[in-house]
Design a protein around this ligand. Structure first.
Ligand code: DAH
Length: 441
């Protein structure tokens, strides 16, 4: 049994000691990779595992009666008149995903450790904002639009994180001559909220130092826009969360995004915890100018929200892996366009296995924490419920560093035999040895 020395958070741990990833962890390295029927050359940036590439064909958000499809439709119903884009391909360029929105060249989201790259020139979108500039280009003046899609981020493994999830992006353009109409609309939305059970804690619409207005923007035009953004979203939650006996608590906080200012985040209180639901803000003039619209007479707000974050409380789905289940006991519980409470099939027992290993002598990495998660997920598939770092120390005698992880195995759909868990654990150890050159202890 392992002696636990000290548990430290991954981020701090690896940020300090492990240099940036330069190695392809998916061996053997093929010359080409095929994603959704399209073949691409691979290079030193390729890090898309076949298990993740396979998810692109699932299209859960447009497949009834999947709960994510129902949520997409509920949102579209709330933003009446907004044009909907639900079929944009997940393979994009880094220019679209990052540069078009003004992400700085050294933004951590661009790193191979954070995002899935097919090669240096093509990647899986990490957010629906990747389509903002293109969609604005085809949006008429004073128009609104929504875009719902699957997005991909390399992440840790637990019951609320999965490397693929869904977002809805929304935006509205308003002409400056229509500000009076917008103020009247805001008054009406405020009345609806006052008559409801929703309790909204607002934050300042801007802060001159930490969340400023853009230099060319006047408070009298931006404040009604910021209020409209917050009120349209707050009333969205009013319309999709069923009227229960408990009031719904939401709170706004300031945030930072490269293409908006001021920027905000929304959280909803659910089962004694604040859930982060979305980011949003007033789009920068520089971004608007890139889209063919004229920042001198038009303002826009935009938001991006995580659909699983809404679907988990709304449908009572306890584990994010369930959304990807192909089991008919999952699918049969839902009706297109309707809310219902998910009944767990049964709680299958979990098994835990610890895997401890020495890093190569004199080397502290060449890989990143997310390589570890991806290899474990690739080999263990959806049997892996959770992975935690439980041990990390330097051995003075041999000068090497040791890590240990505890892997929790549990299927959502069946009970898993001991022998199968042992076999998968052995396969994980073999893959870690072959691809990261670690030595299992
Ligand atoms: N794309 C952001 C994310 O994934 C969310 C977001 C923030 C979308 C601000 C927006 C926005 O449109 O204006 O975290």
């Amino acid at each position: 049994m392992l002696k636990v020395v000290k548990v430290r958070p991954w981020r701090v741990l690896f940020a300090q000691k492990i240099p940036r990833n330069t190695r392809n962890i998916h061996t053997p390295s093929p010359q080409t990779i095929t994603v959704l029927g399209e073949t691409y050359p691979t290079d030193d940036y390729t890090n898309l595992p076949p298990t993740i590439a396979a998810l692109l064909a699932r299209r859960l958000h447009v497949t009834p009666p999947h709960p994510l499809n129902t949520i997409r439709k509920l949102i579209a119903g709330h933003f009446e008149g907004f044009k909907c884009y639900d079929n944009l391909p997940a393979v994009v360029t880094p220019e679209l995903n990052f540069d078009s929105l003004g992400f700085p060249p050294d933004h951590p989201g661009r790193e191979r450790g954070q995002s899935y790259y097919i090669n240096r020139g093509v990647m899986l979108r990490t957010h629906t904002s990747a389509h903002e500039v293109d969609i604005y280009r085809e949006t008429p003046k004073s128009g609104g639009w929504l875009c719902t899609a699957d997005v991909y981020r390399r992440d840790e493994i637990d019951r609320s994180h999965y490397p693929a999830f869904h977002q809805t992006e929304g935006a509205r353009l308003v002409n400056l001559v229509d500000m009076d109409k917008l103020r009247a609309e805001n008054d009406e939305l405020r009345r609806r909220i006052a008559d409801s059970k929703i309790i909204m804690k607002d934050c300042l619409d801007f802060d001159p130092v930490t969340n400023p207005l853009q230099s060319s923007h006047l408070p009298e035009t931006v404040l009604p826009m910021a209020q409209n953004l917050k009120l349209r979203i707050t009333t969205l939650f009013l319309s999709i969360f069923p009227p229960s006996s408990d009031p719904l608590h939401v709170r706004w906080t300031p945030d930072i995004f490269p293409w908006t200012s001021p920027s905000f985040q929304l959280e909803v209180r659910y089962r004694d915890a604040w859930l982060e639901l979305l980011g949003c803000g007033i789009v920068l003039d520089a971004t608007i100018a890139r889209t063919g619209h004229n920042p001198v007479d038009e303002r826009s707000w935009a938001f991006g929200m995580g659909l699983e974050r809404i679907a988990m409380p709304l449908f009572g789905v306890p584990d994010i892996r369930l959304f990807w289940s192909q089991d008919e006991r999952f699918w049969k519980q839902f009706k297109d366009g309707q809310l219902s409470t998910f009944q767990e099939f049964s709680k299958y027992p979990l098994s835990e296995r610890d895997v401890a290993f020495w890093l190569p002598l004199g080397e502290v990495g060449g890989w990143e924490e997310n390589d570890l998660w991806d290899i474990i997920r690739e080999v263990g598939g959806d049997l892996v419920e959770d992975v935690k770092l439980i041990d990390d120390f330097w051995h003075e005698g041999n000068g090497r560093r040791s890590l240990a992880v505890r892997i929790t195995f549990r299927s959502m759909e069946r009970s898993v035999e001991r022998a199968e868990v042992n076999k998968v654990t052995d396969d994980i150890k073999a893959a870690l040895t072959a691809r990261l050159a670690v030595e299992i202890r």
